[in-house]
Write a protein that binds this ligand. Structure first.
Ligand code: 0X9
Ligand code: ZN
Length: 417
């Protein structure tokens, strides 16, 4: 009787815990369309909304493309509509699933952590713990638990000399599918904690700053993206029957507005939530950002498009100190370019990318007074998009960290720290 009961329980547990399905993207295409006028951009956005498409990139300037993922059933009609607008759709990625398969075999399924692989959330947390237990500069902390109960961990890296230091914080993975943001923040941690190349710049920076890093701030979404749906963006809270998730980067309580680059619809990729800070992950991040009053800089790391951009995301009106943010952003972009030749565009969110209210960068600056607050969009500009291959991990880490070091070094001089 007990054996039967145990077996039945085991079966139920297995069924519940077995990943039900993996969403596939066979035949999904990513089209690139070059709008001719600003009206074209608006028409493209409405068209994408009409077909409920996943907009990968919406242009701000007319020489930039509108990138959108289209279901195979919709391609003919959508392309027809595009052509009726007098525009041409370039078939950039012709099979999203094929691209995913090509790079997925390189996903790190092993429990052991590797800095050059896409690790799962558990092994990332174990890595942070082991770093803290072996390195006196590193302490590991929890910001709190995600909706599904995963620990959102961060590390503090400090040389433990001096008091009242300014601090710099960077986080990754707010958008689940942007795995390269996670690996890049981990690369920063590894470099600063271990300083494997005996880099004197790192030692100098530790003399002036404490560093905080949180590699996976949306762990439920990240794990869902690894195990079920490579294209998942939001968190994993069930919002209405059949639709899950809020875009955490639309949910922050600074000029929150679903009608400004977000959505009221819980079934859409950019759902802003029913109200500002409706999500536990947002609440945790807001608390973190506002409770560390020594924070002078914040990098909210994303993919893709190669941008180093600053507030505001909710309005094209520039912050009064935008020249300072611009100067420091340009310093970072120059160092990035000198590493592997990648060109990053620097500017204000809405002018360079698009308007979207409720972002983490706006909140850090507007609500918490973190002066140098940025969104950093990593590689690339039109090869892999959101499906970054493993071969990007180290070079993206190297170039972004070069940008980060140049940025922090210039900050010391510029702010007379
Ligand atoms: O849309 C976003 O949240 C970011 N781009 S992404 O392709 N990674 O999704 C850009 C956010 C820029 N910041 C604000 N709009 N506040
Ligand atoms: Zn993102």
């Amino acid at each position: 009787m007990w054996t039967q009961l145990a077996l039945a329980v085991a079966l139920v547990v297995t069924i519940w815990s077995t990943p039900s399905t993996t969403i596939r993207y066979d035949g999904h295409e990513v089209l690139q369309i070059l709008p001719q006028t600003i009206e074209d951009v608006h028409k493209l956005i409405s068209l994408a909304k009409k077909y409920h498409l996943d907009i990968w990139k919406s242009p701000r300037y007319l020489n930039e493309t509108f990138d959108v993922r289209v279901d195979p059933d919709q391609i003919t009609d959508f392309v027809h509509d595009i052509e009726s607008l007098g525009l041409k759709a370039d078939h950039w990625i012709t099979d999203v699933q094929k691209l995913i398969d090509e790079v997925t075999h390189t996903r790190n399924r092993r429990a052991t952590f590797s800095i050059g692989a896409f690790n799962d959330h558990n092994s990332i947390n174990s890595y942070l713990n082991s770093l803290a237990s072996s390195n006196p500069r590193v302490t590991v902390h929890s910001m709190g638990q995600s909706y599904e109960g995963r620990d959102i961990r961060y590390v503090k890296i400090s040389n433990n000399v001096g008091t009242n230091k300014k601090a710099i914080y960077a986080d990754g993975g707010i958008h689940a599918r942007e795995w390269l943001a996670v690996t890049t923040v981990l690369y920063f941690i590894d470099q600063i904690a271990n300083n494997p190349t005996q880099d004197r710049t790192i030692e100098a920076l530790l003399g002036k700053f404490d560093f905080y890093f949180a590699p996976v701030v949306n762990p439920d979404g990240y794990e869902y993206s690894r195990n079920h749906d490579r294209m998942w963006r939001k968190n994993r809270r069930p919002v209405v029957s059949g639709c899950y998730g809020v875009d955490i980067n639309r949910n922050f309580a600074y000029h929150w507005n679903p009608d400004n680059g977000g959505s009221h619809n819980p079934c859409e990729e950019v759902h802003s939530g029913t109200h500002a800070t409706s999500e536990v992950e947002t609440k945790i991040l807001q608390n973190f950002l506002c409770s560390h009053s020594n924070l002078i800089a914040y990098l909210n790391v994303h993919t893709y498009g190669q941008y180093w951009i600053y507030p505001w995301g909710y309005t094209p009106i520039l912050p009064s100190d935008y020249r300072d943010l611009d100067h420091l952003g340009r310093t970072a972009a120059t160092a990035i370019r000198h590493t592997h030749g990648k060109v990053f565009t620097v500017g204000e969110d809405t002018r360079v990318l698009y308007a979207a209210a409720g972002g983490a960068d706006d909140y850090a600056k507007g609500a918490c007074g973190v002066k140098y607050s940025y969104t950093v969009e990593l590689r690339d500009t039109g090869v892999h998009g959101f499906v970054a291959p493993q071969s990007y991990i180290i070079p993206a880490g190297e170039e972004t960290f070069a940008g980060f070091k140049a940025f922090a070094t210039e900050l010391i001089h510029y702010e007379h720290l």
